[in-house]
Write a protein that binds this ligand. Structure first.
Ligand code: UDX
Ligand code: ADP
Length: 458
């Protein structure tokens, strides 16, 4: 018999790994993950998990069938659960008020109503998805306006895991944040959630706050991280004009302990499902409260991100004699960062589209993200191929673009690649990960971010 049943609604990047780690550390709890997408659930039940995350298979395979279960039967599992984590998607709204900026809460609200419909006793509901400030209060109102006489406590427990590092972030997080109201009932619920994490996380890392601070902290953490990336990217543009070297600048400022060295790598811009969405959401909330200057300040972080991508494409086209029409260009990397197969908001998407608008022919290789490429670029079908071998990808190409910081890109035999390319051959290292001096010596014209190019063309 299990002590309690934890349910997670939404078996995505957040729900799946988080619940697998909870199940691993809390064998006395039954942990069930449900999703409306039967394909996703079937994959979670199989040997081929629906997401790639280093270390994930081991954690899932250890607990699956023991105290970790995956199912599509959302209603039945709501009925039999004590604690419900909600990690359904909260995309940016594409319609009506706040379109393109506010979070689309329809999935969340539907889930709240579904919880209410299928519950015959009170439950703890925990927001895991990123939600705008005060959503928990709205959800609590929906859940508690019931005629069944049952009471729900809605808590916020935002997820700070980074893709590609999810298992490490879950095993050893910087902090766990849990927000609850100051009522007796909510504080008791909070203690139950603290008890789960206390199985493997030291108490000093478990931070509690009020619900609104918790919700806001999630948006603000992502906004601050993205802001650092945009800040260093603006300086990369300045470095290219002035012959300063962005890596030297990053190192010099990062050694100031007040600034810190992380998130100072210039590149083609940030991607991923969170940064842009959360900043636009933050800006929208600020605007709704009449704080126009605050809103504009944060929107600029996103604007600089687009600028960096456009700037990169301009450098590619202008370096290749102002035309890429009908030239084959090899794109190495399509995921929004290394160690993930996720392409959501990947800078590679906009870079690929802009180059195909210039009539380039793309050949694309990514070690883990091949599946997403065709749908992300569907309107350009016929202008690109998705390859399984990097050497074939570059064969006959005029240029290689590094769009993702996959480590293995450093280890390819670039002499061989160079021989099989059109000349003059170019490399545009959008992540500054390759050995630029060596590539230049091989014969490549090397362009990098925030550093002067190494060109044989004078
Ligand atoms: C982010 C947050 O880090 C995490 O806490 C939150 O829960 C979800 O959003 P994630 O989107 O998985 O995680 O990736 P992250 O490692 O933060 O990188 C985001 C983007 O910024 C990537 O495209 C990455 O390549 C880029 N980046 C990051 C840089 O360009 N330079 C850097 O120095 C760091
Ligand atoms: P995240 O990165 O936040 O985890 P994902 O898009 O990867 O987001 O995952 C969210 C999951 O939530 C998807 O698999 C989706 O099918 C699921 N989902 C959305 N609405 C519901 C719902 N009402 N009931 C169950 N699952 C849902």
């Amino acid at each position: 018999m299990f002590k309690k049943t934890i349910l997670c609604i939404g078996a995505g990047y957040v729900g799946g790994p988080t619940m697998a780690v909870i199940a691993k550390h809390c064998p006395e709890y039954k942990v069930v993950v449900v999703d409306i997408n039967p394909k996703r659930i079937a994959q979670w039940q199989s040997e081929n998990l629906p997401i790639y995350e280093p270390g994930l298979e081991e954690v899932v395979f250890t607990s699956r069938g023991r105290n970790l279960f995956f199912s599509t039967d959302v209603d039945a599992h709501i009925a039999s659960s004590d604690i419900i984590f909600v990690s359904v998607n909260t995309p940016t709204k594409t319609f009506g008020q706040g379109a393109g900026r506010a979070a689309d809460l329809q999935y969340w609200e539907k889930t709240a109503r579904q919880i209410l419909k299928n519950s015959s006793n009170g439950k703890i509901v925990v927001e895991k998805s990123t939600l705008p400030v005060r959503t928990a209060a709205a959800m609590e109102r929906i859940l508690n306006s019931n005629e069944k006489g049952i009471h729900f406590d809605v808590l916020s427990n935002p997820e700070f895991l980074a893709e590609g590092n999810a298992i490490q972030d879950l095993e050893n997080p910087d902090r766990i944040l849990i927000g609850a109201r100051h009522t007796d009932s909510a504080q008791k619920a909070l203690q139950q959630i603290v008890d789960i994490y206390a199985h493997w996380i030291p108490m000093e890392k478990i931070v509690t706050s009020n619900v609104w601070s918790s919700e806001l902290s999630k948006l603000v953490a992502n906004a601050f991280l993205a802001q650092r990336v945009s800040s260093i990217n603006t300086i990369s543009a300045l470095c290219e004009k002035t012959n300063a070297d962005i890596e030297e600048v990053s190192r010099a400022i990062g050694m100031d302990s007040r600034i810190g060295s992380k998130f100072l790598t210039a590149g083609v811009g940030f991607g991923g499902s969170c940064f842009k969405k959360d900043i636009l959401n933050l800006a929208y909330i600020a605007e709704c409260y009449g704080l126009t200057e605050v809103s504009k300040y944060w929107e600029q972080v996103v604007a600089i991100n687009s600028y960096q991508q456009q700037r990169f494409v301009r450098i590619v086209v202008s370096s290749m004699f102002n035309t890429v029409a009908d030239k084959k260009i090899a794109l190495f990397g399509f995921a929004f960062k290394a160690d993930t197969g996720d392409t959501r908001e990947s800078p590679a998407i906009d870079i690929a589209k802009a180059l195909m608008e210039e009539r380039a022919i793309l050949s694309i290789y990514d070690p883990k993200a091949s599946d997403g490429i065709s749908s992300d670029l569907q309107q350009f079908r016929g202008r690109f191929t998705v390859e399984e071998d990097p050497y074939k990808t570059a064969r006959g190409a005029h240029a290689i673009i590094i769009a993702t910081d996959w480590k293995q890109f450093k280890d390819y035999q670039y002499e061989k690649i160079f021989e099989e390319m059109e000349k003059p051959a170019f490399i545009f290292d959008g992540r500054n990960i390759l050995d630029h001096k060596k590539l230049y010596e091989i014969g490549f014209n090397v362009h990098r971010i925030g550093r002067p190019p190494l060109s044989h063309l004078g």
